[in-house]
Design a binder for this molecule. Sequence first.
Ligand SMILES: [Zn+2]
Length: 131
Amino acid sequence: MDTSPRPMLPRALHRPGQRFGLFLVGASFALLGAGMLTQAVTTGFVGVLLYAVILVGGVWVAFRSCVMGVRIDSTGLVERGLGRSKVIPWCASERVTLGALASYSSRVVDADFSLIRSLHTAHVAECPDCA
Ligand SMILES: [Zn+2]
């Protein structure tokens, strides 16, 4: 009999509103930084550096906002936050924190958590390491 975990359809949880808002913020800062950078010839090195940081930071936030959320597949969760991604295998997912899913609507978060909890329960039932 095959004891390996059943393949799970990969799915992704995310907050479209949160993504859109962060994308706007990031894009605004990127445009602001780029605009100031073109006029920074007069402000010297420190000014150029500052505007470059604003530009790069804005581009980074805009980029991360497009991938933020939690990806779920048969190996576990991948939490993609604003700064970095965190891989949480199902075997370790009892200590899961879902900062990337932070939302003003606790009802939506509860639904996501109960989905993750039920998937974790299904994993524990089949995983020899978690038994
Ligand atoms: Zn396990």
